[in-house]
Design a binder for this molecule. Structure first.
Ligand code: ZN
Ligand code: ZN
Length: 437
């Protein structure tokens, strides 16, 4: 590597010469676009340096972040462990795509991230922690283009390659290690641990691809090419869909799509961004595309009012947000408090879509009562069972005695068809008392 490689970055603009080759992203503007981390790894390869070197010498210094500089000085893996975020839409994705843009003088590198989904889906469960790939695709890339990782492979929901009807794999076929999204010595198509080619087609990964896989993959691909500038707010899109499907009844829509009611309320009120996996599942259940969900929800045959005439749900101001939610949630919780057959708090939290911790934090008393009621109910059930079993044991002993059969433990168990029953201490005591009676 010659010394020019390190020349003062501030001069890049003045000289209007790119610091790094102006490498063209693979699959740009298509649903098969490569990810930013894949691009960075190729960039390093093209310049015959390691990813670690490229980061330390050129990219990190452009990003004003103390921990990155520390990472380049003293090592440590914090940055690489979190590298999947580069392909998402957080601050890091923007900072890194901009830095690499300034080094390559390209303008399209943000398209290698999910910036376009920033106001549409939450980052929760969006991207995989490690790489996953289709080995056959890798082999084809090797022959036809350059080895790279398409952005779609990074989505948690994206599990199969429909081209090859194969399950994506996520472990090196040679050393069985999971492969991090980016490491200091990442080389696309190779395992950073054993350095071997991961496009090796070993065992049988053939996967019968069903309609669900097809719907998920095609919707994710659609998302990557969708012009999201027209989407004002995902909450509006959902609200319109609720109007179309269940005449504005959010609870009914939630039931139909199997999403907890409170979660759906949060989405439609714009308090939380939906997670992609659930949006995909709504699309599958309603047999619509994600594009339809986001952009054209009123193109149905149903005669309906124009969107403007729907009662609009105003987005509450920040200060009042929690208040509304608290009331709603409390009302929900109170319903559970009145259940004739109590259920556990875990089950309640599952059904209404809020974490136990959140519930406890805001409604300690209600939660206590739910826990208490359930535990009393459990106790009661245990008692009932004991009483019933004692009755049965007594009856069995009586019957056996009347037939001149010694009511041994085994005989009683056989009679009741409950093997092992008399190993329970409380039942055994009843048997003892009754036999020696
Ligand atoms: Zn494939
Ligand atoms: Zn390996």
């Amino acid at each position: 590597m010659d010394n020019n490689f390190y020349f003062n970055l501030l001069e890049v603009d003045r000289k209007a010469v790119s610091e790094l080759y102006c490498l063209i992203p693979i699959g740009n503007q298509t649903s098969q676009v490569e990810s930013l981390t894949s691009y960075i790894s190729r960039l390093a390869e093209e310049h015959s340096v390691s990813v670690g070197m490229l980061m330390n010498k050129l990219i990190f210094p452009l990003i004003d972040n103390e921990y990155l500089l520390k990472s380049s000085q003293y090592g440590g893996n914090r940055f690489y462990d979190g590298a999947r975020s580069l392909n998402g839409y957080c601050k890091n994705s923007i900072a890194f795509s901009k830095s690499v843009q300034s080094l390559t003088l390209r303008r399209d590198l943000m398209d290698l991230t999910l910036i376009r989904l920033k106001h549409i889906v939450s980052l929760r469960h969006l991207l995989k922690q490690n790489l996953s790939w289709c080995p056959q695709c890798l082999n084809e890339f090797k022959i036809n283009t350059k080895v790279h990782y398409p952005l779609v492979w990074h989505f948690q929901a994206f599990q199969v390659c429909l081209f090859h009807e194969t399950e994506l794999i996520n472990e090196c076929p040679h050393c069985n290690n999971g492969i991090p999204i980016l490491t200091r010595k990442s080389l696309n198509g190779h395992c950073p641990f054993c350095n071997k080619w991961i496009g090796y087609v070993g065992g049988d990964n053939k996967k019968e691809c069903n309609t669900r896989h097809k719907s998920i993959n095609s919707n994710i691909e659609q998302l990557l090419t969708l012009d999201t500038r027209n989407i004002q707010k995902i909450s509006y899109s959902l609200e319109r869909m609720v109007q179309r499907v269940s005449q504005g009844n959010i609870a009914e829509f939630a039931r139909l799509t199997n999403i907890p009611k409170v979660t759906m309320w949060d989405w439609v009120r714009g308090e939380k961004l939906p997670d992609l996996n659930r949006l995909l599942s709504i699309c599958f259940k309603l047999n619509i595309s994600i594009k339809e969900l986001l952009l054209e929800p009123y193109n149905s045959g149903v005669a309906e009012k124009s969107y403007d005439s729907y009662p609009s749900i105003s987005i509450p101001q920040k200060s009042s947000r929690r208040v509304i939610n608290i009331q709603l949630l409390r009302a929900e919780l109170i319903k559970y408090l009145k259940l004739e057959v109590p259920i556990s708090l875990t089950q309640v939290s599952k059904e209404i879509g809020y974490d136990r911790k959140v519930l406890y934090k805001h409604f300690p008393n209600e939660c206590e009562t739910i826990v208490e009621r359930f535990s009393k109910y459990q106790e009661h059930r245990v008692n009932l069972r004991r009483i019933e079993l004692s009755r049965q044991v007594r009856q069995a002993i009586h019957k056996l005695k009347s037939e001149d059969i010694y009511p041994s433990r085994r005989k009683v168990e056989e009679f009741l068809d409950k093997p092992g029953l008399l190993r329970e201490q409380s039942i055994k005591l009843i048997w003892k008392a009754e036999v020696h009676n």
